[in-house]
Design a protein around this ligand. Structure first.
Ligand code: PMP
Length: 423
């Protein structure tokens, strides 16, 4: 396939790990859905900037000015990467979890929230203080849209409402019908936020084209290092809300009142929700990753990843003991994220064996999406560990799963080794 490009250089690509059988092998990082290895290019950009970094937003010195420019330019780069609308704000946060909690803190009074029970806990739990309706797991994308439409039709049409939906599942990798869900939300006067934690690293995201009101993603899944994330989108709810964090940088003017109290005027820009000294390197590295993906040709990276998805699917389909998990059917389009169970195996033991015997790093457990895993596996996985792996007794059906995930830095050999190892 001529459109398939070479994998992008990532950190850790040459790391050797010991095997229980003796010897060593190059580590195959197949847990991109948890955290993708940072691109070498991002690391190089950060290293090039490091000698020059200085205080941001507060300094008159040359290096402070430089850091401030880099930080503010990072916002513009992210806005371009997400194809934001005029007037949209880009707030730098710690992560997707932080971004969605920030949005939850800006909900207007009496806002109704609609969220599918299949969401990652980061998009399921922040709304619990609001009037939230949890929607049943759909079994087709069309059913997802119909379920949402029904729920919205029943709501009080005058009050504010928000729909929160994930673009690509962190468990099944399946793509959700975001554009259709956004159209349904807007037709009923509701807003929509897209959890793009798993979508943005695997697929170009256009806020304008999808017509979502906000999008959230994490740097560490988009080939940047840990510690930074983004909430981008409409500014009105953000501007009207109390700051997510109170402190320096968020305030424009603070005065002592004659009665002894303190008055504050908050900024109306993204700074309103970025109190404290910002993570300049985090923002800069996200921007660097956005540029690297764009320059490499995101379409070609998607083509490459889809080629790997086909390899994994075809390989797993040849193994009768393997059951790949899906809500929308085995042939549903998905990003490079697949979960499965292996008959006769406890998933944790299986994942441990892939590591010890083949140097392959995958994830096992419930993937911080308990209701979804429960639906997919048809049982209660218990409560041991938020994202962990409950033990199945010998001979018992495994109530957790194994997840393999990959992306722009994955060479074919990793996927081939994985399919061979599972077989
Ligand atoms: N949403 C989805 C779909 C995810 O996969 C994840 C991370 N597994 C999150 C949200 C949370 O991301 P973070 O841990 O970076 O906050």
């Amino acid at each position: 396939d001529q459109s398939v490009c070479a994998p992008l250089p990532v950190l850790g690509r040459d790391v050797s790990v010991p095997l229980v059988t003796g010897g060593e092998v190059t580590y195959a990082a197949l847990d991109y859905a948890a955290s993708a290895p940072a691109l070498q290019r991002v690391w190089d950009d950060v290293a090039a900037y490091a000698p020059y970094y200085g205080s941001v937003h507060r300094g008159a010195g040359y290096l402070s000015q430089l850091s401030t420019d880099l930080f503010e330019n990072a916002r513009r780069t992210v806005a371009e990467f997400l194809d934001c609308r005029e007037g949209d704000q880009v707030v730098f946060t710690r992560s997707t979890t932080d971004s969605l909690n920030l949005l939850a803190a800006t909900l207007p009074a009496d806002c109704q929230v609609f969220v599918f029970e299949t969401e990652h806990h980061a998009s399921l739990l922040p709304w619990r203080e609001a009037r939230v309706t949890f929607l049943d797991a759909p079994r087709t994308p069309q059913q997802a849209v119909a379920t949402l439409e029904r729920a919205l039709a029943d709501r009080d049409p005058h009050g504010p409402a928000l729909v929160c939906v994930t673009g690509a599942s962190n468990v099944t990798g399946e793509l959700w019908p975001v554009r259709e869900l956004a159209a349904a939300a807007h037709a009923h006067g509701a807003r929509i936020v897209l959890d793009a934690a798993q979508l943005a690293p695997h697929h170009p995201v256009s806020v304008r084209d999808l017509d979502v009101d906000w999008v959230a993603f994490s740097g560490h899944k988009l080939y940047a290092p840990f510690g930074s994330g983004v909430l981008a989108g409409r500014s009105d709810w953000l501007r009207q809300a109390e700051p997510y964090l109170a402190g320096g940088g968020a305030s424009r003017k603070v005065t002592r009142r004659t009665d002894g109290g303190v008055d504050v005027e908050w900024h109306e820009t993204a700074a309103r929700h970025e109190a404290g000294s910002p993570n300049v390197i985090g923002a800069y590295s996200i921007a660097s990753a956005c540029k690297a993906l764009t320059e490499a040709g995101f379409e070609a990276l998607v083509a490459r990843e889809q080629h790997l998805v086909r390899e994994v699917r075809a390989g797993l389909a040849r193994i009768p003991e393997v059951k790949v998990l899906s809500l929308f059917g085995d042939d549903a389009p998905r990003v490079g994220v697949l979960s499965f169970v292996v008959e006769g195996w406890n998933s944790s033991h299986f994942a441990a064996a892939l590591s010890a015997e083949y140097g392959i790093g995958v994830r096992d457990g419930l993937f911080c999406a308990h209701p979804l895993v429960r639906t997919l596996l048809g049982g209660d996985p218990g409560t041991q560990g938020e994202c962990g792996a409950p033990e199945a007794a010998p001979g018992e059906r495994s109530l957790n799963a194994i997840r393999v995930s990959f992306g722009a830095g994955t060479p074919d050999e990793h996927v081939e080794r994985f399919v061979r190892a599972v077989g």
